[in-house]
Design a protein around this ligand. Structure first.
Ligand SMILES: *Cc1c(COP(=O)(O)O)cnc(C)c1O
Length: 467
């Protein structure tokens, strides 16, 4: 057995490469990693009867320790080039932000801010005052409140308006979004009691009316973001639901999910009521996400009647759902683009959703010829062409809508899954679609400068795949 060939912790610590590393890492961490790696190697020596000379054993330990420390220091969050053509990809962090938006929030975050200070009186202020006037102006609401995300917004609204009381929801709207957000669960977490109205495919206004009791606190409409019931189906129009609420003196809440401030139908997307229109229909409270169609940072936005929102501001639950100053700043910077009146050019999500087909086609041709240049160094065979793609909005918005786009299809003589994995392991990572045995890069979701990065990463991944 080669146990005697295992180096000691001190021997490894004295290695010059480890000494250099120790300048950037705490000594405790380094020692910890050395012990862990040595322990693993000892097990291998014992159980697998491995023979290794002293020098190789030490090399192996030093190599593994250096690698582990590097991984620890860089963390695990990586930049991803999104070649999927899905604009709002929850797995990819949803809305990418403009550099300007980030500069603004980082500038503020570098120093102290008046986050909770009233500069006029010098007294304690509220972090919730900051975004309110912008949101009120942009949506026409009486008041607004921003929390951590839309799930938190729905939780807070239900808890504030309906704890221990009944909330009526259509059976066709009891949705699950992204695995963890489910209306029945969020309802029970909030302390509200779910009352189902109608059937899976058809719900009438009489189904809501027939379920109203002494204990009813609100009527809830949920945007069925990620699916559609097609065929023989019916939901109650929002204005009808709002009139029922008004006549029975019950607040009507709408979880809008994606919630856009703009009507995107002039750019070929299906018509969907904007946040402003939902309020105009008479809905009392609307909630939506900051990082879906709005194109900002992760946040949950609540807009609606002042009296109701004032109640939410006093709810102690708010303390656990509150937004951080960097989010407030990034959302301010995003909303400013809407105030300035040109968000389609300045909010990346909107720009990607509404870009011209001809521009996408040019971008695809550019990517195609760059890839071709790089593949001159590649000995193996391949086929490469510009193709039309079916891009998606994603993020639970417009589930059935296809955005006609362009991309590059490339096929090598082997399993594309292996190459796709190598591409994901590049730095930055590259994500794409696989279609009929070929790799498909959709250019809609590639940001400035990223088209130029793809060919080199592809060649690198190819080399690693065949080696
Ligand atoms: C996306 C979505 C949510 C969850 O929003 P988060 O911001 O991810 O918390 C809730 N409801 C609907 C209808 C949605 O589409």
């Amino acid at each position: 057995m080669g146990l005697k060939n295992l180096p000691s912790v001190d021997e490894v610590l004295r290695d010059s490469r480890i000494v250099v590393k120790e300048a950037h890492c705490s000594r405790d961490l380094v020692v910890d990693e050395i012990r862990r790696v040595l322990g693993g190697l000892r097990e291998e020596f014992i159980h697998k009867n491995i023979l290794m000379d002293r020098e190789s054993a030490k090399e192996r330990v030093v190599g593994e320790v250096l690698q582990a420390l590097d991984r620890l220091r860089t963390g695990t969050l990586r930049r991803v080039l999104n070649g999927t053509g899905v604009v709002l990809h929850t797995n990819l962090g949803r809305a990418p932000l403009m550099a300007e938006t980030l500069d603004y929030s980082l500038d503020l975050a570098r120093s102290y801010t008046n986050l909770e200070l009233d500069l006029d009186t010098g007294k304690r202020g509220s972090r919730y005052q900051h975004l309110e006037s912008m949101l009120v102006k942009l949506t026409g609401a009486e008041a607004a409140l921003v929390v951590n995300n839309n799930a938190a917004a729905v939780l807070l609204v239900l808890n504030s308006l309906a704890q221990d009381r009944e909330v009526i929801v259509s059976r066709g709207q009891l949705v699950e979004i992204g695995g963890s957000f489910r209306i029945p669960e969020i309802m029970s977490l909030s302390g509200a009691i779910l009352v189902e109205a109608g059937t899976t495919n058809k719900t009438y206004i009489s189904d809501y009316a027939g379920n109203i009791t002494e204990n009813t606190a609100a009527l809830l409409a949920v945007h069925t973001s990620n699916y559609r019931i097609v065929g023989f189906s019916q939901e109650v129009p929002l204005d009808e639901l709002a009139s029922l609420g008004r006549s029975k003196n019950l607040p009507v809440i709408q979880d809008l999910g994606s919630g856009s401030l703009l009507d995107l139908s002039p750019w070929g997307l299906d018509y969907e009521p904007t946040v402003t229109e939902c309020l105009q229909f008479g809905v009392d409270v609307v909630t939506f996400s900051g990082d879906k169609l709005l194109g900002g940072p992760q946040a949950g936005i609540i807009v609606g009647k002042r009296a109701l929102i004032e109640g939410m501001k006093k709810n102690h639950l708010l303390r656990a759902l509150r937004v951080d100053k960097i989010t407030i700043a990034a959302l301010e910077a995003t909303l400013r683009h809407y105030i300035d009146g040109n968000p389609r050019q300045t909010v990346p999500v909107l720009e990607m959703l509404t870009c011209e087909k001809a521009d996408l086609q040019n971008k695809a041709h550019q990517l195609c010829s760059l890839i071709e240049d790089f593949l001159q160094d590649w000995e193996g065979g391949y086929s490469l062409r510009v193709v039309e793609t079916q891009d998606k909005v994603g993020g639970g918005a417009y589930p059935l809508q296809v955005l006609p786009g362009f991309g590059v299809e490339v096929q090598f003589g082997f399993d594309p899954e292996i190459l796709a994995r190598q591409l994901r392991l590049q730095e930055p990572a590259v994500l794409l679609r696989i279609q009929e045995g070929a790799l498909l890069f959709s250019v809609r979701t590639l940001r400035d400068g990223e088209v130029e990065m793809i060919p080199g990463l592809l060649l690198e991944a190819l080399r690693e795949t065949v080696n």
